[in-house]
Design a protein around this ligand. Sequence first.
Ligand code: SAT
Ligand code: MN
Length: 586
Amino acid sequence: IMDLIPGILKERLSSSEIEKLSKLQNHQLVNFLNSVVGLCDPESVYIVEGTRKDLEYVKRKAIETGEEIRLKNENHTIHFDPPLDQARAREDTFILGSKIPYVNTKSREEGLQEVISILKGSMKGREMFVGFYSLGPIASKYKMLAVQVTDSPYVIHSENMLYRNAFREFTNNEDFLKFVHSKGSLDIKKRRIMIDLEGVVYSVNTTYAGNSVGLKKLALRLTLNKAVNEGWLSEHMAIIGLEGERTHYITASFPSGSGKTSTSMLGKLISDDLAFIRNVNGIARAWNPESGVFGIIHGVNPKDDPIVWDVLHSNDEVIFSNVLLLPDGTVYWEGSGDHEPEKGVNFAGEWWKGKRDGSGKPIPPSHPNARFTVRLNSFKNLDLKYEDPEGVEIEGIIFGVKDYYTLVPIAESFSWEHGVITMGASMESSRTSAVIGKSDEMEFNPMALLDFISVSLGKYLDNYLSFGKRLSKLPKIFSANYFLKNENGYLNSKEDKKVWLRWIVERIEGKASAIRTPIGFIPTYDDLSSLFYKVLSKTYKKEEYEAQFTIRLKAYKEKFERVRSVYAGIDDVPDTVIEIFNKQIS
Ligand code: SAT
Ligand code: MN
């Protein structure tokens, strides 16, 4: 058995690790690991089989290397990313291959050469960890296997919480996705994330999870490509069960930081971020490739987010990242409702009230993209169907944006095509702090996939439209916007989204009526007024309804014209897309 393991790899494995690896008898795996070891030159290799001992070992290493610091609650830790590495690095992330409009690409040869030269010897003196996971329930025939290799115990620790361990599944020599990550020297100038659609992703000189934890958004580029080629959907969507006469499952696509996680806390939780959707016997069924949540912590407070708040204050395992560490071993983040402390330690080092950076800008105590990492089974609203190997039936899809100027709070499309094109493919949203750069500028973000799309938008939409054609029962499509404003500020309070979700349930059950407008169906005042009373015990005034649901026709028209011109400039966009825009605009 040991003869199967080639030279360089074998040198770095202790006998206990050889024993673990030998259980799998997996040539593809061993060859892959051998090539990474040859390239990155770690001192030793640790195989994470997933036993309790392994999980403890990884956590201990995260603390010993200083990547995590233990908090007062001994199941909680804090991790800091470097000051300029607090979010997804859009400019440093490339899909390898030929040019695609709206996708950051690099030629395969050039990209591989570049990243491989940076990875050369990058793990010297360090231990390399190997983790084994499944995207989706282990018992599902649709599961996808993935291996993460990294010199960061924080990355593996996060993955052990966010993904299902699947070590035992690697005995069958099935194909698996490959993720190679190294902290390297953390030199931002040499930060690179190269995505080879053949199934390997390389990431170096970064620790922010959106760039380093391969199975999250790096895998999304691979699975999206696979889905488009195979006729299913791999989406940036939450999956939520809404109570009505029975539970109705919907998916919800929102750009990071515009209400996706908070929406998923209003129902039975299946997923807060990612969804795989397949046609199973004519029905759209969805499941969560993940088993945990890497959520934005900014603004999480006990009144608006009681469920998340409880998880963060429980004795379950939590990794906080880029919040403020206080002298007593607890943490603080902005928007928690707690008093802002005088001093502490944050991503930029020692912190005190009023501290400024080199350019004179105030340094906030916690980063706007500070995060928490927890397991799904810590949430009291978790729906056990999340482990269903066939997923849950999807009856509705929400495309949500953060748009101060145009979109009504909730509307339903006329049809699958109309929804996919004028609601999903037309998404424009205020830029989030989850991406490095200026936030709050409006940007084109179709299906909340701007950063993750790995194929041409034409090909992507073509797949979406034909996916619908093959279903015998079509989910209804809705657009949502929690952020509409007028001169006096927001037109909605945070809790109003509960009413919009209830309207969706009533539409699915055929109970609520609707008004046909040029942009789709909107709720009637009478229905909403009774729902506001039922759901929030609130009186809903006619003036509020009018302010929220008057269609801002000029702004809608301009938006559709902008987006139509985007699609008109892309070669392979299906004719239906432009036709539907033309019809919508006239
Ligand atoms: O930064 S991540 O992409 O991992 C999380 C998110 O923004 O959705
Ligand atoms: Mn996300």
